[in-house]
Design a protein around this ligand. Structure first.
Ligand SMILES: [Zn+2]
Length: 148
């Protein structure tokens, strides 16, 4: 049976924008307390302003939508982890990156694995759930919610 999720949790990689999902997968497997693979379910990557943002499905590393995540303490079995690659303390994500992320979230609704409950927004920032500034001080979560 397909696993049902009540929301998504948005992160940034807090790294340079050229970082790849493969590198994040490696970081997560080499932690002091290692994850078995990358902790997020999806990454969104746009190495330059002119490149087209790509969505990376982390199922290819072993993190499918039937697996709990490893990205937000206390919310890993309820929230799909989406990491936008970059550091949004320094500057905000591009419009294209937000658009692609909103499309991804709409697709998750359409596939039936993301179910809206009445308790709180479906799109959560990591900072809404845990004590962190992730996905970055310049990340406007309200804007993303409006796009979904
Ligand atoms: Zn985070």
């Amino acid at each position: 049976m397909i696993k049902l999720w009540k929301g998504v949790c948005i992160h940034h990689s807090e790294s340079q924008r050229f970082t790849t999902a493969e590198e994040i997968d490696q970081w997560h497997r080499e932690r002091t307390k290692p994850f078995r693979c990358i902790g997020y379910h999806f990454c969104v990557r746009q190495p330059t302003d002119r490149s087209k943002p790509e969505v990376i499905d982390c199922a290819k590393f072993g993190r499918t939508l039937n697996d709990s995540g490893a990205h937000a303490r206390g919310h890993n079995s309820t929230h799909i982890g989406i990491c936008l690659i970059g550091n949004f303390n320094k500057r905000p994500p591009t419009d294209d990156m937000l658009t692609v992320t909103a499309e991804l979230i709409r697709n998750l609704f359409e596939c039936g694995c993301l179910v809206a409950y009445s308790d709180g927004p479906v799109v959560q920032g990591h900072r809404d759930l845990n004590d962190t500034d992730c996905p970055g001080k310049q990340f406007d979560l309200e804007r993303l919610r409006r796009l979904v």
